[in-house]
Design a protein around this ligand. Structure first.
Ligand SMILES: Cc1cc2nc3c(=O)[nH]c(=O)nc-3n(C[C@H](O)[C@H](O)[C@H](O)COP(=O)(O)OP(=O)(O)OC[C@H]3O[C@@H](n4cnc5c(N)ncnc54)[C@H](O)[C@@H]3O)c2cc1C
Length: 428
């Protein structure tokens, strides 16, 4: 059993603090989650390697030609919109050098309400964030066309001037290149801890050693479930397809991203990007015409004025890309140390009988093993922040994020939350 200390939620504290002399880190996964955390650690002086089963970064979910830094605010004080606000504020600064160098565009994001409830919520959101107009402001119908460049029919919309779109695949590549981080191509099948070497061994399908590393970060999206240490995480794999459609003379005047039932980007090299579909029971990356049609229908449902300027492109004119999101049951990402599940189930067994049992045992964690995944549909928004959170934790900078990310928001993204929740519900 671990040592004792009073705390309302002792599972968030580790009974086995990280030795600070560990400077060699390997990240499994070269998507936006892996590349952002690799860069954040490299900047702190760590010796970082990224491993991916592909020979280049951003080959799976993070491989789309464009992705939106997408806001999801709420009039309520829930954890999800609070994390989202912290994330988009952080991301808008984080991506500034990329936008300045011509990757993507900080063109602003306009969100139109999808229904009557969203309309009411938007009003409350603009009241709630009235003192943060640099982040979000309400635009009345009369100003929408002048601002967006297209004759939107919405009554009003929320405008996020500091956000925009980015090419995720290029961002992943740039993060590795600019920070001089090597990418090793290997499909990792398991991780084993060597007590003797005090290191993690990353093994391939033949149990051959690929890399030995002091610390490891699992950033392999849904494939976190492949590793015994993170198999318990409640992740889902959700297919999505984007559609790229040709611009028309009217639609080429569009100045910013418009979001509603879907998103659509301003034209770039003659094409608008639009997406995306959601399919939870389909596991192919082949493009489907039916999904292109769904995306077009979602544009029409977002705003009839927008659909009108885009015309009716035929299927032959549409291109796109399909891949898989990795979502969590509470829609928040997962970033933090990997719990020692067996020890935690034993240490906190009393929670099964009474969720309010006062506990004093600190959390048991696997040595120097971390996870960064579950970005859902908002990897571009969340990854810079979760990367900073993880890198600060690994480097022992306990207070760095306090202003941006209060402790309860860190806890909302902590990997142990699912174990404790399920114990309290007597489900495990
Ligand atoms: C159609 C679509 C549209 C989207 N639009 C947006 C958007 O507009 N804005 C937004 O913010 N988000 C969007 N998303 C979500 C976003 O793409 C994801 O949240 C994000 O890319 C997740 O990044 P990741 O690094 O966690 O996962 P990934 O990018 O999937 O990276 C995981 C990496 O791990 C590697 N890997 C996995 N297992 C192993 C293994 N065993 N060994 C070695 N390597 C391994 C994979 O090869 C992959 O490169 C969209 C997603 C889809 C599918």
């Amino acid at each position: 059993m671990s040592k004792q200390q009073p705390s309302a939620m002792p599972w968030f504290e580790t009974a086995n603090p990280i030795p600070r002399n560990r400077k060699t880190v390997t990240v499994i996964g070269a998507g936006i989650s892996g590349c952002t955390v690799a860069a954040a650690l490299k900047k702190r002086g760590f010796n970082v390697t990224v491993v991916d089963r592909h020979n280049h970064a951003g080959a799976e979910a993070s491989g789309n030609p464009e992705g939106i830094v997408y806001p999801k605010l709420s009039p309520r004080d829930d954890l999800l919109p609070r994390v989202n606000l912290a994330a988009i504020q952080f991301a808008s600064h984080y991506y500034q050098p990329f936008w300045d160098s011509g990757l993507g565009r900080q063109c602003g994001v306009l969100v139109v309400p999808e229904n009557e409830k969203a309309r009411r919520d938007f009003k409350l959101i603009s009241e709630r964030y009235a003192d943060q107009t640099e982040m979000v402001k309400t635009i009345a119908h009369g100003q929408l066309e002048a601002l967006s460049g297209v004759p939107l029919q919405a009554e009003s919309a929320l405008y996020f001037p500091q956000l925009g779109w980015l090419p995720p695949q290029l961002i992943c590549e740039q993060l590795l290149k600019l920070n001089d981080i090597p990418l090793v191509q290997a499909d990792i099948h398991s991780l084993e801890y060597s007590e003797q070497q005090q290191s993690w061994q990353l093994l391939d399908a033949n149990k051959q050693l690929v890399i030995e590393t002091e610390s490891a970060i699992i950033a392999s999206a849904f494939d976190c479930k492949k590793f015994s240490q993170t198999a318990y995480l409640p992740l889902r794999k959700i297919r999505g397809q984007i559609t790229q459609l040709p611009c028309t003379p009217e639609s080429s005047k569009m100045k910013m991203v418009v979001c509603g039932e879907c998103y659509i980007t301003p034209a770039e090299e003659g094409l608008h990007g639009c997406g995306a579909t959601y399919n939870k029971d389909l596991f192919t990356t082949e493009l489907r015409d039916i999904d292109h049609q769904t995306n077009l229908a979602q544009i029409a449902a977002t705003d009839a004025g927008l659909a009108a300027v885009l015309g009716n492109p035929t299927n032959e004119k549409l291109t796109g890309r399909a891949n898989f999101r990795c979502t969590t049951s509470d829609y928040l990402p997962i970033a933090g140390p990997v719990p020692d599940r067996g020890a935690m189930l034993e240490d906190y067994a009393k929670l099964r009988r009474d969720a309010k049992t006062p506990m004093t045992t600190l959390g048991a964690y696997l040595p120097n093993l971390y996870v960064n995944c579950g970005m859902g549909s908002r990897g571009l928004s969340y990854a810079p922040l979760t990367a900073e959170l993880l890198a600060a934790e690994i480097a022992g900078e306990k207070t760095i994020l306090n202003d941006t990310l209060p402790e309860e928001l860190c806890q909302a993204m902590h990997p142990v939350r699912f174990l404790i929740r399920d114990l309290k519900r007597n489900r495990i």
